[in-house]
Design a binder for this molecule. Structure first.
Ligand SMILES: Cc1ncc(COP(=O)(O)O)c(N)n1
Length: 434
């Protein structure tokens, strides 16, 4: 017999409805908890027949069955934090409110009332019952509409969000995160209101309607982080960052708008090593072929972004760049994340409009190279001439010329969706020069 090697992880609990479509509810919560490295447990309040287009029907479980699940979980597991989602009825809101004083762990209340699709998930009478539950909670996470129902303050901007948050604090909840997703504007501002003040977390709005499951995922991410021992403010801030990425790289499933990507951080972490390895392969190809002719005075680099990269720290490149030697070219050190700043910034900027681009290399620019570029059947753009050369993401350019300022070296950057294509194109350009 082999010796088992068990691991102990923090335990989180979700008290919510089942979404057969997998984007929201219990399914979103458990996926998010798993992606955060915590063990997820659940108390199901209602079973919805749901997909990416809306809710077909909903069956609320008997109060006793909800209570039995709650007893089963809290009576056995060392729950580190819990969150509530769809509570469906006054009866269930009251049940959780009655049990909450016994909870020796933080409780996040997402006061789910209406789904993104417009379908009601809470009987209207139950809105009042939320007051008692909030009084027992650590954090409430209402969107603008829910904050208005709970506070009577219409949330239309950052000031009214703070006002609504302050009014909700009067229920006795420790903190209120008034979410900004439903407030129009290019920047989404989530405001965390506590007795000691207001903190604002900002993210650029993403041009998608695939936000199904966003509220569930955010509250579950906060609960998972609290279960892991993270303090409230940083748990909230980090969870809003996770959600921004989960929305940008949403799961394109179903015939509706899709759902948020619950596992995006996990996938991003898993993509790091293959990305670094792909950069190493390109570098090896460039060394084998001896691309000296293409190496700029400042040195050459090859950069690879994970499919979800948003920062330089999520791009891999050669530390110390690739430089010419007497008999060829050589990478100065190994491939590391965060090793490129300039080329990584160019790639990240391109990814704003063309997120499918993942690899780039910078090459020398001189007359012969420009002639070779013209001979190749590539779309070549010039930085500084067009507004955003990547804005037409139907056909993003293959090469971008940077004429550079006085005292700086002009270069051409090649970009590609995958490492093989980048290597092929770089070698093709090199071949043309002979
Ligand atoms: C079971 C269940 N719980 C919560 C939501 C809200 O999620 P969303 O507003 O993103 O549709 C939902 N649609 N279904």
């Amino acid at each position: 017999m082999r010796t088992p090697a068990p691991e102990t992880r923090p335990v989180a609990l979700t008290i919510a409805g089942s979404d057969s479509g997998g984007g929201a509810g219990i399914q979103a919560d458990l996926a998010t908890m798993t992606a955060h490295g915590v063990f997820g447990t659940s108390v199901i309040t209602a079973v919805t027949a749901q997909h990416t287009r809306g809710v077909e029907s909903s069956f609320v479980l008997p109060r006793e069955e909800v209570a039995a699940q709650l007893d089963a979980v809290t009576g056995d597991f060392a729950v580190g934090a819990a969150k509530t989602g769809m509570l469906a009825t006054t009866e269930i809101v009251r049940l959780v409110a009655d049990r909450a004083p016994e909870f020796d762990f933080p409780l996040v209340v997402d006061p789910v009332m209406v789904a993104t699709s417009g379908d009601r998930l809470l009987e209207p009478e139950a809105e009042q019952a939320y007051e008692d539950l909030l009084g027992e909670a650590t954090l409430a996470t209402p969107n603008a509409d829910e904050a208005e129902v709970l506070s009577g303050v219409e949330v239309v901007d950052a000031d009214s969000a703070r006002e609504a948050g302050e009014a909700i604090l009067e229920t006795g909840v420790d903190a209120v995160l008034v979410k900004g997703g439903h407030v129009p504007g290019e920047t989404v501002r989530d405001r965390l209101v506590t007795e000691s003040g207001v903190e604002t977390f900002e993210h650029p709005r993403i041009g998608t309607q695939a936000t199904h499951g966003s509220g569930c995922t955010l509250a579950a991410a906060i609960a998972a982080r609290l279960a892991g021992g993270e303090p409230l403010e940083s748990a909230v801030e980090d969870a809003t960052d996770v959600l921004a990425r989960a929305v940008r790289y949403y799961s394109d499933v179903g015939e509706g708008h899709g759902a948020v990507n619950h596992a995006v951080e996990l996938r991003n972490a898993a993509a790091r090593e293959p990305t670094a390895e792909a950069v190493r392969t390109v570098v090896a190809d460039l060394v084998d072929r001896d691309v000296s002719r293409l190496v700029p005075e400042v040195g050459m680099n090859v950069v690879g972004a994970t499919p979800y990269a948003e920062s330089v720290a999520e791009t891999a490149a050669v530390e110390g760049r690739i430089t010419r030697t007497l008999d060829g070219v050589r990478p100065n050190r190994g491939v590391q994340f965060g090793a490129s700043t300039h080329l990584a910034a160019v790639l990240l900027a391109a990814r704003e409009s063309a997120p499918e681009l993942r690899f780039a290399v910078n090459c020398r620019l001189d007359g012969a190279i420009e002639d070779a570029l013209a001979e190749l059947d590539w779309t070549v753009a010039e930085n500084g001439l067009d507004e955003d050369v990547f804005a037409d993401s139907e056909a993003p350019p293959v090469a971008v010329i940077d004429r550079a300022d006085v005292g700086q070296e002009a270069t051409v950057k090649l970009v590609a969706e995958d490492a093989e294509t980048l290597a092929e194109r770089t070698l093709e350009l090199c071949d043309r020069l002979e």
